[in-house]
Design a protein around this ligand. Structure first.
Ligand code: OGA
Ligand code: NI
Length: 335
């Protein structure tokens, strides 16, 4: 029985020739590699097909170049400081540990009903808002002592990259320049996930199947396999690439684009051998912003597929749906 593929759904390291491991389309955002129109076309093709793509960060050493790439050094430093946080003694991170969902900075675990839950969610996470930095940074963890400095710089750089991607998206959709600036992109949440080695990956998931509810997400994943995307009825493993971000299209972008862009469903699986850390930067609108299909995209032949929502109720409905479809005991355990 152990040989049945159905009992493999959560294993790490499938055989090399196994088609489930997959390199999702890579878009090279480095200037000079393609013209702007070429980059936009690639993004559109990849996004429509998968709802998810990694933007390869070309910059690496030339970290101060105004090619707008996030520096490879900063990406490594951020991953290190986040991993340090997850490996620290509990007393040093007690300042942010909480189950109180009214606190915007929360460090907590996802398996709160271990005895009764159907699937164990094998994940600890830390989440906090980042924009505007001066409003939130004092709420972030005090340890490691470099955390605020490093993650603060990182959040500013990823925000710039996200805005740049959104600008390409809006051009690709035929919307006016700057369409996504301002209210629609005023919120940035950093959510760091830590998946410790799991004694039995077949009984657990890191994160359940979901689409990100926000506008757009940049995910930095450690070089350990764990992210899977659902495409054509099967789960495909997303190969972690060095110095790359996975870009996830969120529900809100799906709505604004009136389904021109689709959010891909994805999940995180665990493994029994090594811990895995990922860092998501979730961009979205401020709380009272109205989310609706962009008026410029609506014609007689292309009527709106969604009605207008305010962000707060949009998120509430989205989470409730996830709660029901994924049989989650507590939606708060995801974010
Ligand atoms: C998320 C997410 C995937 C991962 O945080 O929304 O999808 O690989 N994370 O951690
Ligand atoms: Ni996600």
């Amino acid at each position: 029985m152990g040989k049945l593929v159905s009992s493999w759904s959560s294993v790490q390291n499938l055989p090399e020739d196994y088609s489930f491991r997959w390199t999702i389309p890579v878009i090279d955002l480095g200037e000079g590699s393609h013209d702007r129109a070429g980059i936009i076309q690639q993004i559109i093709n990849a996004s429509q097909d998968f709802g998810l793509f990694p933007g390869l960060c070309k910059i690496l050493a030339e970290i101060t170049v105004i090619n707008h790439g996030v520096s490879g050094v900063l990406m490594d430093e951020t991953m290190s400081v986040v991993k340090e946080f997850f490996n620290m003694a509990d007393e040093r991170r007690a300042d942010v540990f909480t189950d109180d969902h009214t606190k915007s900075c929360r460090f907590r675990t996802s398996s709160t009903n271990y005895a009764t839950e159907e699937t164990h969610y094998w994940r600890d996470f830390l989440r906090h808002p980042c924009h505007h930095l001066e409003d939130f940074i004092h709420l972030w963890p005090q340890h490691p002592t470099t955390y605020r400095d490093v993650v603060g710089k990182y959040s500013v750089e990823v925000r710039n990259l996200l805005l740049r991607i959104m600008e390409l998206m809006s051009e690709g959709l035929g919307l006016e320049p700057g369409f996504f600036e301002g209210e629609l992109s005023d919120d940035l949440l950093i959510l760091t996930n830590h998946y410790p080695p799991c004694p039995d990956p077949s009984l657990s998931l890191g994160l359940p199947k979901h689409s990100d509810p926000n506008l757009i997400t940049l995910l930095l994943q450690e070089h350990v396999y764990g992210l899977q995307v659902y495409k054509d009825g099967q789960w495909l493993g997303v190969e972690p690439l060095p110095n790359a971000f996975v870009v996830n299209i969120g529900y809100q972008l799906q709505v604004v684009s009136n389904d021109k862009f689709k959010g891909a469903e994805h999940q995180a699986v665990t493994n029994s051998r090594e811990a895995r850390t990922s860092i998501g930067a979730f961009m979205g609108p401020c709380n009272n912003c109205i989310i609706e299909p962009a008026k410029a995209l609506i014609t007689e032949d292309n009527p709106p597929h969604y009605k207008a929502f305010n962000t707060k109720s949009f998120l509430k409905i989205t989470w409730q749906r996830l709660l029901v479809t994924q049989k989650l005991h507590c939606w708060l355990s995801m974010f």
